[in-house]
Design a protein around this ligand. Structure first.
Ligand code: FDA
Length: 423
């Protein structure tokens, strides 16, 4: 039988181009090479290894899983009990949030919790179903590394990938082939290649666009990327009056969009020198479209019109002082300072002025000029277009043996442990 001819997808001439992959005598061969030893790559490596595959895990960083290490204030919010395995897409953003349904209903938070318990890691629940390690995120990293060891995973770190070449070969069936991965530790070959290089946020701990470049090399479409779960910024001059509130936090309802596309969150808002942050703003940032306004209810649990009317009937104090009984004092002062009608004793204020005050605090409309960018973003929105992937296996439909997993894919979770569950 004639040796099947191998061709590289990017046209690169390979020294082994005319040999079937298994016939290359000196080339280390793996069933799977995974690029990226973050949450997704480590988990995938452990699972694949324990199912009997020979796995190599490569990362260009010295340390594994830096994002796990810094997450959740060092305690890692590793999953969320509110994730509904029947409708997980409710907590995810992307062009097709339904894409995550298959994976997240087959591997649920309960499955991950069982793994954490198997490793004897103590944890606790905080706000809205969020689970955190009691001790440190290092517990989770140790767990994922132990799972890799149990699967006999080989790990190369730090190791840079220089080039990837696909060798089509009938040896693995029609349309199949293998991958040659050129690294600074040498050349390896694998039947499948898993890209788990994450998103663009926090470049100083190893984030790169490498996964997107691999997608482009293999003509896998990408959805435009932008920072998500990120503080929002405002025009400097316009923000100056609010900048003095930096450090102030309060519960709000925040929303963006209209009608069917409206999204709203009940969370804490934090004023900063350059704009707004806190869980409310991080959540809404993943839905906010540039140039559109946000609407913020600054006192969502208070019936402001009624409270102000009652105060008017019984008090001679300044409006700001009465308002300070309902919202934080610094906010009350700043807000009342915006209008001459609000800078007087409440019993002298007109009903119209108090109604306007209540209405405006219940619907503060403001349009951010931008975000704090990838330096502060927790995640990257967009990425590998889910239409190009199988939702059962994450394999590229048009490129056999190539898989994309974790944050590099256009699936982004809400704040609260959803992103690690996805990874
Ligand atoms: P991840 O980014 O974890 O891993 C990618 C790996 O690929 C890295 O190890 C990187 O070094 C490597 N890599 C990149 N380019 C490479 C290249 N060219 N060659 C080789 N290797 C390369 N989520 C959550 O659910 N709960 C939480 O508490 C938090 N908290 C949080 C805090 C902060 C500050 C941030 C920035 C993010 C979070 N997140 C989070 C989000 C969460 O960290 C993120 O969604 C996951 O880490 C994504 O996992 P991945 O494995 O896909 O990418």
């Amino acid at each position: 039988m004639a040796t099947p001819l191998a061709t590289s997808k990017d046209g690169t001439i390979s020294a082994f181009a005319s040999l079937p992959p298994t016939a290359v005598p000196t080339l280390p061969f793996f069933d799977t090479v995974i690029i990226g030893a973050g949450a997704a790559g480590l988990f995938c490596a452990g699972q694949a290894g324990q199912r009997g595959l020979k796995v190599l895990l490569i990362d260009h960083a010295q340390a594994v899983a830096e994002k796990i290490r810094i997450s959740g204030g060092g305690r890692c919010n590793f999953t969320n009990r509110d994730l509904d395995p029947q409708a997980p897409h409710k907590h995810f953003v992307g062009q097709n949030p339904q894409f995550c349904r298959s994976a997240l209903s087959r591997y649920t938070p309960a499955d991950f919790i069982a793994l954490v318990q198997k490793h004897g890691i103590p944890f606790h629940e905080k706000h809205k179903g969020q689970l955190f390690c009691d001790r440190s995120a290092e517990d989770l990293i140790a767990m994922l590394l132990a799972e890799c060891t149990a699967g006999g995973v080989e790990r190369w770190q730090p190791c840079s990938v220089k080039k990837i070449v696909f060798l089509a070969s009938e040896a693995y069936g029609t349309g199949s082939g293998s991958y040659q991965i050129h690294t600074d530790r040498g050349l390896v070959q694998a039947r499948s290649l898993v890209v788990a290089t994450g998103g663009l946020s926090i470049p100083k701990i190893g984030a790169t666009d490498f996964g997107y470049r691999i997608a482009q090399q293999f003509d896998v479409p990408l959805v435009e990327r932008r920072p998500g779960l990120v503080p929002l910024t405002f025009d400097g001059e316009a923000w100056a009056p609010w900048a003095q509130l930096a450090g102030l936090a309060l519960p709000v309802t925040i929303s963006t969009g209209a009608k069917k596309s409206r999204m709203a969150f009940d969370e804490d808002l934090l004023f900063t020198h350059r704009g707004l942050s806190g869980p409310a703003v991080l959540q809404i940032s993943s839905y906010w479209q540039e140039g559109t306004p946000l609407a913020i209810d600054l006192a969502p649990t208070v019936d402001l019109p009624a409270a102000l009317a009652q105060a008017k009937a019984r008090s001679r104090k300044l409006i700001a002082n009465e308002l300070a009984q309902l919202v934080p004092g610094r906010l009350a002062d700043a807000w009342a300072g915006r209008d001459a009608d609000w800078q007087r004793p409440i019993n002298e204020a007109t009903d119209k002025a108090l109604t306007r005050l209540a209405e405006q605090m219940a619907r503060w409309e403001l349009t951010p000029t931008g975000t704090e960018g990838y330096k502060k973003a927790e995640v990257t929105l967009g990425g590998v277009d889910t239409r190009a992937l199988s939702q059962q296996t994450m394999e590229c439909k048009a490129q056999p043996g190539l898989y994309f997993i974790g944050e590099v894919v256009d699936v982004t979770g809400w704040l609260g442990g959803y992103n690690f569950q996805w990874a």
